[in-house]
Design a binder for this molecule. Structure first.
Ligand code: PEP
Length: 256
């Protein structure tokens, strides 16, 4: 059985490097025990260097990631980070196309350039997709299909070995934990996404790309979402900054 992938996205938190160290050391120490999981922490990139050494010692089931990446190798791109830079600081994953970046103007085309540059440089690209709202007529299926297609424009089937899809319906992000998507609906969407990937890239490529769910996951709802939603992992925001609750979440998924 494949390991479940649990990604913690710290976003622009915490405010100090001292607090970042505290959270990181607790989570990384505990994550070692959960052998059925691959735990990925994506701190703000400025903190990566603090964690490189200890994460290298933590073992195979723990990795670092960045929250965004640029597609060029180097040059006059103020504020950007290249895949090689992220790799050199110990990251092996990157999130691309998070809805909070899309809300500030990031297009599908930009997301596809980032995803491909990351994957081809050796990072695993977590490509975020998800509809803003649901309509009774089911137009969100078409929206999602088009968003996946254009966020992976130019990808070849073999690129999918380094791609993960994080399905994050916008209406479920940052809400109360009771408002996370229902496991049966997560299941429907994960099947739909696999079908879209199969149509675009073929069955083998589609099977290689894990589907994660994100949106108001906590330690209480995570188990059912993964089990009944049949997703291959989770993208976790707020709960990944609370070492106690995040550990409970990891323990639950590890025990499934
Ligand atoms: C997110 O923003 O990707 C996310 C899943 O956040 P939260 O878990 O806080 O809803």
């Amino acid at each position: 059985m494949k390991k479940k992938i649990i990604v913690g996205n710290w976003k622009m938190n915490p405010e100090t490097s001292a607090r970042a160290r505290e959270i990181f050391s607790t989570i990384s120490r505990r994550a070692k025990k959960f052998k059925q999981l691959e735990v990925v922490i994506c701190p703000p990139a400025v903190y990566l260097g603090l964690f490189k050494k200890s994460s290298a010692k933590t073992g195979k089931n723990f990795s670092l990631g960045v929250q965004d990446i640029f597609w060029e190798r180097s040059g006059p791109y103020t504020g950007e980070i290249s895949p090689a830079m992220a790799l050199s600081l110990g990251a092996s994953f990157t999130i691309v196309g998070h809805s909070e970046r899309r809300a500030r103007g990031e297009t599908d085309l930009v997301v596809s350039k980032k995803a491909l540059a990351a994957a081809r440089a050796g990072l695993r690209a977590i490509v975020c997709v998800g509809e803003r709202e649901r309509d009774a007529g089911g137009a969100y299926f078409e929206f999602l299909k088009n968003q996946i297609k254009s966020s992976l424009a130019g990808a070849r089937p073999r690129d999918l070995r380094r791609v993960l899809i994080a399905y994050e319906p916008l209406w479920a992000i940052g809400k109360s934990f009771k408002e996370a998507m229902k496991p049966a609906d997560v299941y429907e969407m994960s099947l739909f996404i696999k079908k879209v990937l199969t149509d675009l890239f073929g069955k083998d490529a589609a099977l290689a790309a894990p589907i994660l769910y994100g949106g108001s996951v906590n330690f209480e709802n995570a188990g059912l979402i993964v089990k009944e939603g049949e997703v291959e992992g989770l993208l976790v925001g707020r709960e990944s900054l609370d070492p106690e609750n995040f550990t409970k979440l990891l323990r639950t998924i590890n025990g499934l």
